[in-house]
Write a protein that binds this ligand. Structure first.
Ligand SMILES: NC(=O)c1ccc[n+]([C@@H]2O[C@H](COP(=O)([O-])OP(=O)(O)OC[C@H]3O[C@@H](n4cnc5c(N)ncnc54)[C@H](O)[C@@H]3O)[C@@H](O)[C@H]2O)c1
Length: 433
């Protein structure tokens, strides 16, 4: 460590989590090297620019790069603290893929030295931090590794999950509480001292396995509760009820707080992480597994309703509003809106237009489909059917006067004042009741 007592930090993986984390640590005065396998990402950051959309991130990255506090590379270098934020996807059988984490561990192992702290932030199945520790121990038999030595270990290893909300990442990185799980209590203390440099929220120490499970549980909790709302929306369609009205009223109960239905559940976290629990305990997780099925099934319900509406109006032009997996972001991973829109485009071709203010161009599956990307004003001018798939603010603020004559299928409930024409339409099409 340098004389000013600020650790040099290496952040491995410069995506939605790693880049803001690297920038926030640099803002705290630490010298940060960002490591990524993508040369394009590295070059972009070294120009002081960013490759993802996140509120206020561009200014922060520009500032810390120009002050020489953040630089990026594809080559690892020695540091005092290593923070790993690489992807943890699942495979086609929903089994977690921790190969990126192990690859990151393999990359840093050769440069580890006495006193270093290694922190895994990627969402990981229980036991991953210990697996990474075992791999480092194998690669570096010269180092005393925590949990595998009776002496004071040379390095510390901890798991500290991220619970930020896209669109508010910089604020939440600093202000959210953190769970810090050490492979040993000493590791947790070392990691805690590091996070205290830039986190204002409360940092609670625990063991690595509990911290890993905590992150998975948080997202499974959200998934199960959203599944309840989505199931209610399907039941309400069947019974000819307005689910938003039902939820609004039920939530007046002091101990009821039903979440909002939508076109499904997407993103890199809530739609993925529950599977890590199911995979670890397949016979003990009927509820979590079922919730995943309900949320995925909601996409097909939305597609069927939208198709029926579009087929009943063969001359109408249709706008799908939104592709992102949630409001006001440019992240399209595992997005149910994207899935629904692509299915409608496949069936109805150029009758469909897409409005996605957070995309410069449409994702690959829309190439050569005849679909056009238009803005919300074009959609209001030229389309008779509007299918709301994402609750972006830019859609939410469209006043009733500009959409009163449209046929609207609002999967996000952003326009409670919309005339009930679609519900009457549904009854006519025998979609409900
Ligand atoms: N995005 C979120 O909102 C969010 C929230 C909480 C937790 N997480 C978790 O954080 C982790 C990272 O997610 P993300 O959204 O930042 O992913 P991302 O795909 O946006 O970024 C990952 C980056 O890691 C790089 N990378 C891959 N393998 C590498 C390696 N071996 N060495 C160096 N760089 C490598 C990729 O090139 C990419 O730039 C995941 O485990 C995710 O589940 C994400």
């Amino acid at each position: 460590m340098k004389s000013d007592n600020k650790p040099d930090v290496c952040v491995v993986g410069l995506g939605y989590i790693g880049l803001p984390t690297a920038a926030v640590i640099a803002r705290a005065g630490c010298k940060v090297l960002g490591l990524d396998v993508s040369q394009k990402v590295v070059d972009t950051i070294n120009r002081g620019e960013i490759h993802i959309e996140e509120v206020d991130l561009d200014g922060l990255v520009h500032g810390v790069v120009s002050r020489g506090l953040l630089s990026a590379s594809t080559e690892v270098a020695p540091a005092d603290v290593f923070v790993i934020a690489v992807p943890t996807p699942f495979d086609k059988n929903h089994a977690p893929d921790i190969s990126y984490v192990l690859a990151a561990g393999r990359t840093i192992a050769p440069v580890l030295k006495h006193g270093d702290v290694v922190i895994l932030e990627s969402t990981s199945p229980v036991g991953t931090t210990e697996q990474m520790r075992d791999m480092i121990a194998e690669m570096r038999p010269d180092l005393k590794v925590p949990g595998l030595t009776s002496e004071i270990p040379d390095i510390s290893i901890a798991y500290c999950p991220e619970r930020v909300l896209p669109g508010r990442i910089l604020e939440e990185l600093t202000n959210n509480d953190r769970s810090i799980g050490g492979v040993t209590p000493r590791c947790a203390r070392k990691a805690l001292a590091f996070y205290k440099r830039f986190v204002r929220g409360e940092c609670v120490t625990t063991d690595a396995r509990s911290a890993e499970m905590t992150k998975l549980v948080e997202n499974a909790y959200r998934d199960v509760n959203i599944a309840f709302a989505n199931e209610l929306s399907i039941v309400s369609d069947k019974m000819g009820l307005d689910v938003w009205e039902v939820i609004r009223l039920a939530n007046r109960h002091p101990r009821v707080n039903i979440l909002s239905p939508g076109p499904g559940v997407g993103g890199h976290c809530i739609a993925v992480d529950p599977w890590f629990i199911v995979h670890g305990a397949p016979d003990e997780t009927p509820l979590i597994r079922t919730a995943r099925g309900v949320n995925d099934g909601k996409m097909h319900h939305v597609i069927a309703k939208a198709e029926a509406l579009i087929e009943a109006h063969p001359d109408a032009k249709v706008a799908c509003l939104g592709l992102a997996f949630k409001a006001n972001i440019d992240d399209f991973r595992e997005s149910p809106a994207r899935f629904v829109a692509s299915r409608l485009v496949r069936k109805f071709g150029s009758r469909i237009s897409i409005v996605e203010p957070h995309a410069d161009e449409l994702p690959i599956e829309f190439t050569d489909t005849g679909v056009s990307q238009i803005d919300i004003d074009d959609a209001l001018e030229t389309c008779q059917i509007l299918i709301v798939l994402v609750d972006h603010d830019v859609f939410r603020v469209v006043p009733l006067a500009e959409r009163a004559d449209k046929l609207v299928y609002d999967t996000r409930g952003i326009w409670p004042d919309q005339p009930r024409v679609v519900r009457e339409e549904e009854a006519r099409l025998k979609l409900v009741g």
